[in-house]
Design a protein around this ligand. Structure first.
Ligand code: NHR
Ligand code: GAR
Length: 231
């Protein structure tokens, strides 16, 4: 019996790439039985692009500024990704709004991690908006990507407290640590076929996922040995 080929993940980034790194680490540790086949950035100077190269991953820079329209940029992205035929496309700090030219060919295999408790605060500057609103908690949400910006169905969400002395940066750091736990977990579930998108929304093991997504419960110091689960 031959081993089944590993699932292929393509990651889209624009910057630091720490979520890409979390996915890569999970692949290397065997907790995510997959390989990152391609990392694409729309910015040549993205730190994550250099990190991916150093890790021996195939990379591409497709600069949005080189294209006359969003659709033309998206078509170039599709063309490049089709060369690796990914099972999953993960947006990880990717900062360009995508049109149906990109989303349609990858519908149902496209995830994003967004730094807010969706459906609260789609779009940009999420941490400052949560602080300004006086919220007591913030977090991050992995969701399926649809043409509506940050409007696709949530699948997995992690919460952190907002502290009185938080700045957008200190809050972003606390949220980011949770992102590094939930994105590899959501990717695992997707590649296992447990997470699916249908007309009704997102499903986990065939059951409708609540509007905020499944709630991640971090492994506790006092609790059982099981790594993070659902609360
Ligand atoms: N595209 C679609 N169609 N649907 C989504 O849900 C998407 C998407 C593209 C990116 C990530 C998202 C986030 O997690 C994402 C989700 C960029 C912007 C934005 O306003 C907003 C949300 C997200 C990503 N981008 C500006 C633009 O004009 C550029 C901003 C910049 O370059 O700094 O594309 O937050
Ligand atoms: C992450 O917090 C991610 O949720 C957010 O940017 C950060 C990227 O960090 N994404 C967006 O704001 C998308 N618009 P990373 O590059 O280190 O993964």
């Amino acid at each position: 019996m031959s081993a089944s080929p590993r699932a292929r993940i393509a990651v889209l980034i624009s910057g630091r790439g720490s979520n890409m790194r979390a996915l890569l680490d999970a692949c290397n540790h065997g907790t995510l039985p997959a390989e990152i086949s391609l990392v694409v950035s729309n910015r040549a100077d993205a730190e994550g692009l250099q990190a991916a190269r150093e890790a021996g991953i195939e990379t591409a820079c497709i600069a949005h500024a080189d294209y006359p329209s969003r659709e033309a940029f998206d078509a170039a992205l599709v063309h490049r990704l089709q060369q690796v035929d990914p099972d999953l496309v993960a947006l990880a700090g990717f900062m360009r709004i995508l049109t149906p030219v990109f989303i349609t060919p990858f519908a149902g295999r496209l995830l994003n991690i967004h730094p807010s408790l969706l459906p609260k605060y789609p779009g940009l500057h999420t941490h400052q908006r949560a602080i300004d609103a006086g919220d007591s908690e913030a977090g991050s949400t992995v969701h399926f990507v649809t043409p509506e910006l940050d409007g696709g169905p949530p699948v997995l969400q992690a919460r952190v407290p907002i502290r009185a002395d938080d700045t957008a940066d200190s809050l972003a750091q606390r949220v980011l640590e949770m992102e590094h736990a939930i994105y590899p977990l959501a990717a695992l579930w997707f590649l296992q076929g447990r997470l699916t998108l249908d007309k009704q929304g997102a499903l986990f093991d065939g059951q409708t996922i609540p509007a905020n997504g499944l709630q991640y419960r971090p492994p506790s110091v006092t609790g059982d040995a099981a790594a993070g689960g659902l609360g």
